[in-house]
Ligand binder design. Structure first.
Ligand code: NAD
Ligand code: DAO
Ligand code: ZN
Length: 368
């Protein structure tokens, strides 16, 4: 069949809209009509060329929602008509990683996914007979995609695609880091570095679990109002507080119980660790730093009880946890509507990247 898709031909070049050939689902795979997709910072990271694992030409996009249209042989958990969110972190429930119960990083299809291919080692997209690669196993900048059954979360049918697509990455990454990775408890003090599409979801996760002080840190003063709406209690702009660690420790009688780095900057990663309370404070790295960057601190920071952790996709097990997060949205326990600042057609997708770079959008969503 044919599908309309935005193709990334090379690093740094705008996406172009193409009509691609798409092969149907093979055993264990499903064909999905993508109804909406968010544009995330990570798509830009790959498009910019900063991602060492970035491959071209490829169909980017990893924050989608859609409808199953066809299933391949052996597919048992999905049928045509099911509503789904594609998962860049699959959940096979059989590999060593899934069975460990210690991580959400299912490795069942990791090798081929990292090479831009389906599990049988081939691409389903092509143009003029030449393969076009998949991205993160999802490629939601295409109107139709083929992906493995284990990389689809089945969701309720009354959830709006142009909102819940954001649960495919940003919402789950932020809220999940609070709930699944850090397991923040009621009454804890929290610092959130970076108040973008991820950090604002960390803030609403912290409010949801009953955190006490929720301190937001951002260079952009325009992020303050939105962050307060989502539960931030104190705002610090590093331009006004050159010693940000000291400012946070003063606000919290010695440091926060949990901090979250949602920027991808190794300097703020160090600050996020060092603003944690002596003896027990935990710092969670969510931001993805540029290739080749390294983090540092004085080891005594760890000796004296601070902990450094990381979180991918919020520690969520996609097929199990994503449908629950959709329920939280439908039950009005979380707010996604106000984070979606722009809706665009696929033809205008490059404008979505421009809005992101200018700091004007929280989330732009392409509606097919
Ligand atoms: P974003 O660009 O929307 O937000 C980043 C925010 O940080 C902006 O508000 C910006 O003003 C602020 N900022 C930049 N430099 C700063 C500094 N030095 N001090 C204080 N504030 C600063 O980005 P996002 O979509 O929220 O993504 C944040 C990071 O999370 C990215 O690195 C992204 O790749 C990563 N990410 C990680 C995962 C994961 O699973 N770990 C998933 C998705 C995204
Ligand atoms: O299992 O090695 C692996 C890959 C896990 C991928 C997790 C990606 C999370 C960070 C990238 C941001 C995604 C939008
Ligand atoms: Zn697995």
């Amino acid at each position: 069949m044919k599908t309309k898709a935005a193709v990334a031909w090379k690093a740094g070049a705008p996406l172009t809209i193409e009509t691609l050939d798409l092969d149907g689902p093979r055993p264990g795979e499903v064909l999905v009509e993508v109804m909406a997709t968010g544009i995330c910072h990570t798509d830009y990271y790959t498009l910019s060329g900063a991602d060492p694992e970035g491959l071209f030409p490829a169909v980017l996009g990893h924050e989608g929602a859609g409808i199953v249209r066809e299933v391949g042989a052996g597919v048992t958990s999905l049928k045509p008509g099911d509503h789904v969110i594609p998962l860049y972190t699959p959940e096979c429930r059989q590999c060593k990683f899934c069975l460990s119960r210690k991580t959400n990083l299912c490795q069942a299809i990791r090798t081929t996914q990292g090479r831009g291919l389906m599990p049988d080692g081939t691409a389903r997209f092509s143009l003029d007979g030449k393969p076009v690669l998949h991205y993160m196993g999802t490629s939601t900048f295409s109107n139709f995609i083929v992906a493995p059954e284990i990389a689809m979360a089945k969701i309720r049918e009354d959830a709006p695609f142009d909102v819940v697509c954001y649960i495919g990455c940003g919402v789950t990454t932020g809220i999940g880091a609070v709930i699944f990775t850090a397991k923040v408890e009621a009454g804890a003090n929290v610092a959130v570095f970076g108040l973008g599409g991820i950090g604002l979801n960390v803030i609403q996760g912290a409010r949801m679990v009953g955190a006490d002080k929720i301190i937001g840190i951002d260079l952009n003063p325009e992020r303050e109002a939105m962050a307060r709406k989502f539960g931030m209690t104190h705002f610090l702009n590093p331009k006004d507080h050159p010693n940000i660690v000291d400012a946070i420790q003063q606000l919290t009688d010695g440091g926060v119980d949990y901090s979250f780095e949602c920027i991808g900057n190794t300097t703020t990663m160090r600050q996020a660790l060092e603003c944690c309370h002596k003896g027990w404070g935990q710092s969670i790295i969510i931001g993805v730093a540029e290739a080749g960057k390294e983090i540092s601190t004085r080891p005594f920071q760890l000796v004296t009880g601070r902990e450094w952790k990381g979180s991918a996709f919020g520690g969520a097990r996609g097929r199990t946890d994503v449908p629950k997060i959709v329920d939280w949205y439908m039950d009005r326990k979380i707010n996604i509507d106000d984070l979606i600042t722009h809706r665009l057609k696929l033809e205008d997708i490059n404008k979505g990247f421009d809005l992101m770079k200018a700091g004007e959008s929280i989330r732009s969503v392409v509606v097919y």
